[in-house]
Design a protein around this ligand. Structure first.
Ligand SMILES: CC(=O)N[C@H]1[C@@H](OP(=O)(O)OP(=O)(O)OC[C@H]2O[C@@H](n3ccc(=O)[nH]c3=O)[C@H](O)[C@@H]2O)O[C@H](CO)[C@@H](O)[C@@H]1O
Ligand SMILES: C=C(OP(=O)(O)O)C(=O)O
Length: 419
């Protein structure tokens, strides 16, 4: 088992370049299945989930090469239309293969996907949408078999603006006969990036980033080249690291517009934020102040993926803050670990009441999921003493060598291997 040791209390200073977004790269890699031929995707982050996605693509028969942050996927050699169960279980994003394989080959067999344990995370909306597009779906022995002659466009309304469902259906509809509309679609920037990739492949998608997306089906797509957008959740995490350590850091390669409400809440907390095109400077000198309410919501609302890391900042902000999680039922697992570090947090169902304390103290804590892990890293950077964090496999799903980046900003963090 590996753990991360972090010495708290060192202000972070310097510059960091934000890597490409995991949540854009994963569906885009899956979308490369839609066209026979070699697509080139740049600024693909070097993360565990990306390696799992590339193994899945290879298991289907695609040729994948990743050098640095450039991935090339040649989908002309795909010969298998089933994703092995052990790979499906490794991450939620494995479900992104369902729409593209079905649309191109007329058949696909997958099992229920795994992923972070932050709630029940069913896939009913994905299946309902594919059925509306004419797929025959049979669920047996934990597997889901989908078949179709050719998908047909239809009007779909999502009961919840689900990010993954919007992406899966948008990919599937590109090769359907006729026009599909997706109402109550999710509007996250990663969906817009996927639509840009698909349109470069020859798809006819309009309205991505808005409430209703329209996809006019085409006969065939062609491979293309694309650069992934910067990761707004990683950017937000480093902004919080700068803020909690009373540091002064500069983030390069960010799209500030993707972080609107996060920047507003940081300013409310007394953090100085300066934006200049694709650069954000964060400086934290005065007192950190409690924030009246943070309520997670689909984009452009406050991102659920930054709820836990932001809560770490609030643990040492003066006054009482309220944090409500509306997207996932079990996304407060960081609370018990933050309490071990001295945080004063009470939880009532999906709302946390955070009473700021004067300081956190180091402890041994466990990351239960990716962003809970990020929250513990943020807290450890400010805590008195040396914090030890286990569960690093979760953190490595979303952050490239996090300790190296932190150390380049003046932190002291290192991995310890133990039996
Ligand atoms: C790889 C990726 O992009 N992951 C992101 C994506 O996850 P993901 O796409 O899984 O999240 P969704 O937007 O689909 O989930 C939103 C809500 O809808 C529910 N739901 C979803 C699908 C379904 O078929 N039925 C159903 O009930 C979920 O349980 C959840 O309560 O969006 C989440 C919400 O912004 C982020 O936290 C994740 O980081
Ligand atoms: C929950 C997340 O990822 P996934 O949907 O891949 O589990 C996340 O990125 O915070």
């Amino acid at each position: 088992m590996e753990r991360l040791a972090i010495v708290g209390g060192r202000p972070l200073t310097g510059s960091v370049r934000v890597h490409g977004a995991k949540n854009a790269a994963l569906p885009i890699l899956a979308a490369s299945v839609l066209a026979a031929g070699k697509s080139t995707i740049t600024d693909v982050p070097d993360l565990k989930d990306i390696r799992v996605m590339s193994q899945i693509l290879e298991s289907l028969g695609a040729k994948v090469s990743i050098e640095g942050r450039t991935a090339q996927v040649d989908s002309s050699t795909i010969h298998t239309f089933e994703v092995p169960e052990e790979m499906m279980r490794q991450m939620r994003s494995s479900i992104f293969l369902m729409g593209p394989i079905l649309a191109r080959f007329g058949t696909v067999r997958v099992s229920k996907p795994g992923g972070c344990t932050i709630g029940s995370r069913p896939i009913d909306l994905h299946l309902k949408g594919l059925k509306a597009l004419g797929a025959n779906i049979e669920e047996k022995g934990g597997y889901i078999q989908c078949t179709t002659e050719r998908l047909r466009g239809d009007h779909i309304y999502l009961d919840i603006p689900s990010v993954g469902t919007t992406e899966n259906l948008m990919m599937a509809a590109t090769l359907a006969e006729g026009t599909t509309t997706i109402g109550n679609a999710a509007r996250e920037p990663e969906i817009v990036d996927l639509a840009r990739f698909l349109n470069k492949m020859g798809a006819k998608i309009s309205g991505a980033g808005e409430d209703t997306i329209t996809i006019q089906g085409v006969e065939e797509l062609r491979p293309t080249r694309h650069t992934i957008i910067p990761d707004r959740i990683v950017a937000g995490t480093f902004l919080l690291a700068g803020a909690i350590t009373r540091g002064d850091i500069r983030l390069i390669n960010v799209i500030p517009g993707h972080l609107g409400v996060v920047l507003t809440k940081l300013r409310e907390a007394g953090v100085e934020i300066k934006v200049d095109r694709d650069i954000i400077n964060v400086r934290s000198r005065g007192e950190l102040r409690a924030v009246d309410r943070i309520q997670t919501a689909p984009y452009p609302g406050f991102p659920t993926d930054l709820q836990a890391p932001f809560m770490s900042l609030l643990t040492i902000a003066k006054g009482s803050s309220i944090v409500s999680e509306t997207i996932f039922e079990e996304r407060f697992k960081h609370v018990s670990e933050l309490r071990r570090m001295g945080a004063n947090i009470k939880v009532d169902l999906r709302t946390a009441f955070v009473q700021g304390v004067s300081e956190l103290t180091a402890a041994s804590v466990e990351a239960s999921d990716l962003r809970a892990g990020a929250a513990l890293v943020i807290a450890a950077l400010a805590a008195k003493g040396v914090t030890h964090i286990t569960g690093l496999q979760h953190i490595d799903r979303g952050y490239e060598r996090i300790e190296d980046v932190l150390n380049s900003l003046g932190a002291r963090a290192w991995r310890i291997k133990s039996g």
